[in-house]
Design a protein around this ligand. Structure first.
Ligand SMILES: Cc1cc2nc3c(=O)[nH]c(=O)nc-3n(C[C@H](O)[C@H](O)[C@H](O)COP(=O)(O)OP(=O)(O)OC[C@H]3O[C@@H](n4cnc5c(N)ncnc54)[C@H](O)[C@@H]3O)c2cc1C
Length: 443
């Protein structure tokens, strides 16, 4: 059991100014902000790689992200922190493809005018209903984030009916889109978070790095001074003046930033709130031919007996960039949301049902598809029910700080912002003036 120790001990010359626990996005962002101010940092990571939940594996020449991540070009912190040109972001087709009642249709391209939305053949209500949906998307894109955050807060599911939109526009587009973007099939997420996510959707483009999602933490890590990140080092207990590790002894520091996932943070910092989580299960299939010849997010809008569908969404990744699959093959990533009970075969036991549904969604036989892999992440996304505070405190006390997506929003954007906020709090306490100035700007 980790312990919580505030006794101050002497530091060795080799000790860094700051220890950051965890080399996920939040820890790397904190380290970058700190080293940028001349502070020496050691990032200690328990696994043998950086990136935390953002990982990419290579399996038989296929590039498999650990769960199908999607970036959004409108995430402000992404632009602020990363060199997006060097990430070689590949955009998905604008809007989404929805499957409902046995047919597929395009919807929600924010670049279309309301008049052109009205002319779409999608079964989202009358032409007026569709024009309303189009102008509503346009309005949310231009509403300042602060105004959205000031709206009354409820669940996303309840708020859906309060926008004056037709029920068919909600069921046939907004609900499945939000479930996919939030990883929350029942939409118990705060309506304020949902508004922000929809705002990003309407302002930017969904995209992925050509090299897979792991390219994001890799780029951040590459900006750090050599030797800053040490992998294979598990932190077992923390204090305001250093950490104990399982196999590398004690490492002293003037400040410690706990930038782990929420569950590990609650173990290292007893008393820290442990959120509920949304699990994400991703199935990867190989096909001889791509079932769609474009990279468009395919959403399942059918709700059997009023329940969320088995498959939330699917994407032909090899259409985004050919390097996702060996030549002559297609790679399809399919996401199943929600807590599921698995039989002895684990999540792979769901594969036949997923494959059968994919045949309906893509309108093609999937019998010859090869099942490559399934990745089930039970603690994928910290839940964000109302009331949700997107700026949870990052300073526990002078010398001890906490970062991670669970302090902001359960997104790449939230993880990056939390890391920067924690670094600014450290800089402020260390008496480095840039810290407090920037902390105000980031609030
Ligand atoms: C399947 C899936 C799909 C997702 N899809 C999206 C998406 O489409 N869009 C989006 O914006 N976000 C998405 N996310 C969320 C996004 O990945 C996370 O919000 C973000 O990666 C969190 O980063 P983090 O640094 O806060 O935490 P983590 O990535 O969890 O990093 C924490 C690090 O701390 C390390 N650690 C833990 N304990 C210790 C210890 N005792 N000692 C040393 N190290 C320790 C861990 O090994 C880990 O590397 C998705 C997440 C998952 C899992």
């Amino acid at each position: 059991m980790p312990t919580y120790d505030f006794t101050r001990r002497a530091r060795r010359p080799s000790d860094p100014d700051v220890v950051v626990v965890g080399a996920g996005l939040a820890g790397l962002a904190a380290a970058r902000a700190l080293t940028g101010h001349g502070v020496t940092v050691q990032v200690l990571e328990t696994t043998d790689r950086i990136g935390g939940r953002m990982a990419t594996r290579s399996v038989d020449g296929f590039r498999l992200d650990d769960g199908s991540h999607l970036l959004n070009t409108a995430f402000p912190e992404l632009r602020r922190t990363l060199d997006l040109d060097r990430l070689d972001l590949r955009p998905l087709a604008p809007g989404v493809l929805v499957h409902s009642g046995g047919r597929r249709y395009r919807a929600g391209d924010p670049q279309l005018t309301a008049a052109r939305q009205a002319a779409l053949r999608a079964p989202l209500g009358s032409p007026l209903d569709k024009a309303r949906l189009g102008s509503w998307l346009g309005r949310i894109a231009t509403t300042p984030a602060g105004r959205l955050q000031a709206r009354p807060e409820t669940t996303a599911a309840r708020a859906l009916t309060g926008h004056g939109l037709a029920q068919r526009s909600i069921d046939g587009f907004l609900r499945p889109l939000l479930s996919a973007l939030l990883g929350d099939p029942t939409l118990g997420t705060s309506s304020r978070v949902a508004d922000l996510v929809l705002r990003s959707y309407a302002r930017g483009r969904l995209c992925l790095p050509a090299d897979g999602i792991a390219a994001v933490p890799a780029q951040l890590a590459a900006t750090l001074p050599a030797g800053t990140v040490r992998t294979g080092v598990q932190v077992t207990s923390i204090g305001a003046d250093g950490v104990e590790t399982l196999t590398h002894g004690r490492i002293g520091a003037q400040a410690v930033v706990v930038a782990t996932d929420a569950r590990s943070a609650a173990e290292l910092l007893p008393g820290l709130r442990l959120p509920a989580f949304h699990p994400v299960t991703t199935f990867f299939h190989a096909a001889d031919r791509a079932p769609l010849n474009e990279a468009v997010l395919l959403l399942d809008a059918d709700r059997p007996n009023g329940h969320p569908p088995l498959v939330s969404h699917s994407l032909v990744l090899s259409e985004l960039h050919p390097s996702y699959a060996p030549a002559g093959q297609a790679l399809v990533a399919t996401t199943v949301l929600g807590r599921r009970s698995f039989d002895a075969g684990g999540p792979a036991g769901l594969e036949p049902a997923v494959r059968a549904r994919l045949a309906e969604l893509y309108g093609t036989s999937t019998a010859d598809w090869q099942f490559l892999s399934v990745r089930h992440v039970p603690d994928a996304l910290p839940a964000m029910p109302p009331p949700h505070n997107p700026r949870r405190p990052v300073r526990v006390l002078a010398g001890l700080y906490v970062a991670g997506d669970h302090r902001d929003t359960s997104t790449v954007q939230g993880a990056l912002v939390s890391g920067r906020r924690a670094a600014q709090a450290v800089l402020g306490d260390l008496g480095l003036p840039a810290g407090s100035r920037e902390a105000e700007a980031a609030a």
